[in-house]
Design a protein around this ligand. Structure first.
Ligand SMILES: NC(=O)c1ccc[n+]([C@@H]2O[C@H](COP(=O)([O-])OP(=O)(O)OC[C@H]3O[C@@H](n4cnc5c(N)ncnc54)[C@H](O)[C@@H]3O)[C@@H](O)[C@H]2O)c1
Length: 265
């Protein structure tokens, strides 16, 4: 039976992906910094039909010891880690760079960028030893070089994730390692993330932003189902799975006037 580990998976997109993996008979490993959400997620995943086991770990991706603990205990119990998804991520306060506290800058870069690097660094030797494995990193605003006022720090981190993922795929190719690397580009998801920042403050969404989210956004389950199908069928290194393609975005704007959606009522 195959095993998937997803970081930051006690809610939102990570948890939504684990649900689909569980239905596909994977062993699923939920890990997160939120103990309360972790317990709820474990219980929920256990109630989903599927032959795999459910493991849950408190894990802050910025702490190497937490990441090592997830890997060691998962291998002890389930023998292999087939897929690792670096999903843990936080949003920034809606402020220009010079208005951000340096502690906020440190924490966001540590989670959104360094966390992905630390987890990848720790899991690669394990996958090399197993002779197989796949790592997927979740992109976000900034990955495609777009700029929005108040999202420059987050965009910097996600642009870094994109470069890092491409470099990782390149190095794995050069060294002929038996590992696949890929980018997951989810678009806009209606989750806790969009209205809460790394410093635990509420992000007020203005009417224009809500309108865009209503047109282009989706609940994480919709995107998770699409991504999990792509991931389980993937056999290539250096892939990119995109939900909100230019074509999908164009169609959403085209049909927006008669397909009214409101996530914020
Ligand atoms: N929501 C969106 O519109 C959107 C769009 C593009 C990309 N993303 C990315 O998708 C990923 C998932 O976001 P989401 O929308 O599900 O958000 P979410 O806030 O619902 O979930 C994020 C999870 O990460 C966990 N987390 C935070 N810090 C952590 C840490 N240090 N270690 C481990 N876990 C930690 C949180 O506790 C939470 O469970 C993130 O990488 C985010 O940047 C989100």
């Amino acid at each position: 039976m195959k095993t998937v580990v997803i970081t930051g998976s006690a809610r939102g997109f990570g948890l939504a992906m684990l649900r689909f993996f569980k239905e596909k008979n994977f062993n699923v490993v939920v890990c997160d910094v939120s103990e309360e959400d972790l317990v709820k997620a474990k219980n929920e995943l256990e109630s989903i039909k599927g032959k795999g086991k459910v493991l849950a770990f408190l894990c802050d991706v910025t702490k190497e010891s937490d990441v090592k603990n997830v890997i060691t205990k998962t291998i002890d119990e389930l023998k292999t880690i087939d897929i690792w998804i670096n999903n843990a991520g936080v949003n920034q306060p809606n402020e220009a760079i010079w208005n951000l506290d340096t502690k906020v800058i440190d924490r966001l870069i540590d989670i959104d960028l360094k966390g992905t690097i630390i987890c990848s660094k720790e899991i690669i030797p394990i996958m090399q030893k197993q002779g197989f494995g796949a790592i997927y990193n979740v992109e976000g605003h900034g990955s495609n070089d777009a700029k929005i006022l108040g999202l420059s720090l987050y965009g910097t981190a996600k642009r870094g994730v994109t470069y890092f993922t491409e470099s990782l795929g390149f190095e794995i190719d050069k060294l002929n390692l038996p590992i696949l690397v890929g980018k997951i580009t989810p678009g806009i998801m209606i989750t806790h993330f969009i209205s809460n920042s790394v410093d635990n403050k509420t992000i007020e969404l203005d009417a224009k932003t809500k309108n865009i989210y209503n047109i282009l956004g989706d609940y994480p389950e919709t995107i998770a189902e699409f991504m999990v199908n792509k991931i389980v069928n993937n056999t290539k290194n250096n892939v990119k799975f995109t939900w909100l393609t230019n074509r999908r975005a164009f169609m959403r704007f085209l049909t927006a006037s008669f397909k009214k959606r409101n996530f914020f009522e």
